[in-house]
Design a protein around this ligand. Structure first.
Ligand SMILES: [Zn+2]
Ligand SMILES: [Zn+2]
Length: 304
């Protein structure tokens, strides 16, 4: 996973699993997505699909343009699409595919599952990505912690998790009362303490790391968020923070067999997962081919 940018000024996350390359949310311009992917040697044309979480502009504003430019389908619920289309004209020359909130989509060997959220959107969802070996949770803009979300967190190996605001900063900060109430209300965003409490209460031993996301510029900062999480979660679980204005270093999920030995090696290699699963997912050589070639090779079943 590579967060290309996170926060109210635009969200887009790259996920590669089982030889499938995906983007989650389209809040970044095509040129920014292209430039940030390029720094990791990835072309936009190598993306297999984009998934949208909800219709707020920071998640969908550029989705149509990015999908059109990359030539890949846009997965979005019908209700989210209707609102987003009205606001941002997503669909011209874009392959729009609908799914129902709460249902799954399968792309090659990868299952992308959605879970409805109580966020103040028409049909918002959070996602898990499962390649048969690992499950990644992509959870932002979900309103408040609810029981199905706890169940999701219990079943993931890696978690990209909203940690939007520090409660004291929000309450004593400059926002108008109505906005403070919206953010901290049951359909808004969740605080550092609530995000950490969710992980503490729900995560299982399989959770390898948490990447804190969608931090408020006014009511939070990475140091404060990490401090709060450390106070609640202790020192052992690896934590990172997705950046507001640039891409964040790739985060990988490790094979259990190698987990202990390799946690501190090659941290920035997005293909490490595939090296370790080489036998299962294809040869390491095939995965090191240029990514455009890999997309062509993968069409028709994603077999290497
Ligand atoms: Zn948002
Ligand atoms: Zn939102």
């Amino acid at each position: 996973m590579i967060p290309l940018q996170s926060g109210s000024n635009g969200n887009c996350i790259y996920v590669e699993a089982g030889g499938v390359a995906l983007l989650f949310d389209g809040g970044l311009s095509t040129s920014l997505v292209r430039a940030r992917l390029a720094t990791f040697g990835i072309q936009l044309e190598a993306i297999n699909a984009m998934f949208i979480s909800h219709e707020h502009g920071d998640h969908v504003r550029h989705a149509g343009a990015v999908a059109r430019s990359g030539g890949f389908p846009l997965y979005i619920t019908a209700r989210t699409y209707r609102v987003a289309q009205r606001r941002y004209d997503l669909s011209t020359k874009v392959d729009v595919r609908h799914f129902q909130a709460g249902h799954s989509v399968r792309i090659g060997p990868v299952t992308i599952s959605s879970l409805p959220t109580p966020h103040d959107a028409v049909d918002g969802v959070v996602y898990t990505v499962d390649d048969g070996c690992h499950r990644l949770g992509i959870c932002t803009d979900f309103g408040h912690v609810y029981s199905e979300l706890r169940d999701l967190v219990a079943q993931v190996d890696g978690l990209y998790l909203e940690s939007n605001y520090d409660h004291e900063r929000l309450i004593h900060g400059p926002y108008p009362a109505a906005l403070k109430a919206r953010i901290s209300g049951p359909r808004g965003h969740i605080s550092n303490a609530d995000a950490a409490g969710l992980v503490a209460a729900a995560a299982s031993d399989r959770l390898q790391w948490v990447c804190l996301a969608h931090l408020s510029a006014h009511n939070n900062n990475p140091t404060l968020a990490l401090e709060t999480h450390r106070q609640i979660l202790g020192q052992t679980l690896p934590l990172s923070v997705a950046k507001r204005h640039s891409a964040t270093s790739p985060l990988c999920l490790e094979a259990d067999l190698f987990q202990a030995a390799s946690r501190h090696t090659k941290q920035d290699d997005p293909l490490r997962l595939f090296w370790q699963h080489g036998e299962h997912l294809g040869s390491a050589d095939s995965l090191r081919r240029p990514i455009r070639q890999r997309k062509q090779a993968s069409e028709g079943g994603f077999r290497f």
